[in-house]
Design a protein around this ligand. Structure first.
Ligand SMILES: Cc1cc2nc3c(=O)[nH]c(=O)nc-3n(C[C@H](O)[C@H](O)[C@H](O)COP(=O)(O)OP(=O)(O)OC[C@H]3O[C@@H](n4cnc5c(N)ncnc54)[C@H](O)[C@@H]3O)c2cc1C
Length: 314
């Protein structure tokens, strides 16, 4: 008979009767649910949209602390937690965020249920680090929900930014636009009747406008959520996605208040200066570029800093 290998011998040393058991440990101090026992915390957004926080990790935090504790715990894995006070946690979180020590922020996760117009979903889905499950318009009928701005909020095309809106159109033009939306929404009746006649839902949906609402579950860790929020809460993001990002921020703020405070101080409210911009400010001379957009961005930053932008005297 062949001699068993050392690996087979090692495996046979593990009892098969369940003698090797998992050991449960329980917290020394009381724990609290960071969502206060809620199964869902919802904020309405736009006319038919919403963002609902449906779960998070960690769900439990030591009494008197928040889910920020999971970030601190991960960062201190090398040293042991010891008996740290909340204000020390705050200092550590602020240090980590300021110095882009990002992995501890990945220890916190949020799961949202969101309803948003299809054109917002198109922008949102570009954020690849989340886990997404979307409503299937192949499987189910698309509900009759369409986004409509109010007549008073129809934006005009920006003259300076080809990608954005700026100011408002006149009342007559706004009315024309709403009439166009009426015609687009009227297609829904035909969508319904043709699916009833047997056209496949997966094909019939091709006739629906991008103002129709879709829904998904969206789960993301805090590091990548902050990246999403820094891009989509920014004034350059389209209004219709910005309001969703702001609602998400408001939902997570009570759960990770220390991280949110640091995020606002060091990311959202911060400003990046290029080497050219630093050189120009230090020397008090115009920025060394002929690129009009770069010059405009520099002037905008100078105004934020309370400095008169150095201009070319020629
Ligand atoms: C104001 C604004 C205007 C925009 N305009 C346009 C436009 O005109 N056209 C257009 O197509 N898009 C546009 N976008 C989308 C933009 O280009 C990004 O796709 C989107 O913001 C997602 O950014 P991200 O890749 O950093 O984020 P995520 O996908 O969330 O990724 C987060 C980070 O993970 C890393 N990462 C993720 N996946 C990969 C990967 N596969 N390889 C390497 N690194 C990875 C990167 O470091 C990335 O920054 C716009 C975005 C904004 C905010």
């Amino acid at each position: 008979m062949a001699k068993p290998s050392s690996e087979a011998q090692a495996m046979s040393a593990v009892p098969m009767d369940g003698a090797v058991q998992a050991r449960s440990e329980f917290p020394e101090q009381p724990m609290v649910d960071v969502m206060s026992g809620a199964s869902r915390i919802t904020r309405q957004v736009l006319d038919h949209g919403f963002v609902a926080l449906v779960d998070c990790m960690p769900r439990l935090a030591p009494a008197g602390k928040t889910a920020d504790a999971a970030i601190v715990q991960a960062a201190r894995v090398s040293y042991g937690e010891g008996t740290k006070q909340v204000n020390e946690d705050r200092g550590l979180i602020r240090y980590l965020l300021r110095h882009r020590h990002t992995t501890p922020f990945e220890m916190v996760e949020f799961k949202f249920h969101i309803a948003m117009p299809m054109f917002v979903a198109r922008q949102w889905i570009r954020h690849r680090t989340a886990n997404v499950n979307e409503y299937s318009a192949r499987y189910s009928i698309v509900p009759d929900r369409f986004y409509r701005p109010t007549a008073e909020s129809v934006r005009a095309q920006s003259a300076s930014n080809r990608q954005g809106g700026d100011g408002l159109v006149d009342a007559g033009t706004a009315q024309d636009f709403l009439l166009l939306l009426d015609r687009a929404e009227a297609l829904y009746k035909d969508y319904m009747s043709l699916t009833e006649k047997g056209v496949a839902r997966e094909l019939a949906r091709a006739a629906l406008p991008v103002s129709v609402y879709t829904e998904w579950y969206w789960k993301c860790d805090l590091h990548n959520l902050f990246h999403f929020l820094s891009l989509r809460m920014d004034s350059h993001a389209q209004y219709e996605i910005r309001v969703f990002a702001e609602a998400m921020y408001e939902l997570i703020k009570p759960i990770v208040p220390l991280s949110c405070e640091a995020f606002v101080d060091y990311r959202l409210g911060a400003m990046h200066l290029t080497r050219l911009e630093i050189d120009a400010i230090r020397a008090g001379v115009p920025i060394a570029t002929t690129n009009k957009r770069e010059i405009a961005e520099f002037e905008e930053k100078c105004l934020r800093l309370g400095i008169t932008p150095p201009r070319d005297a020629r």
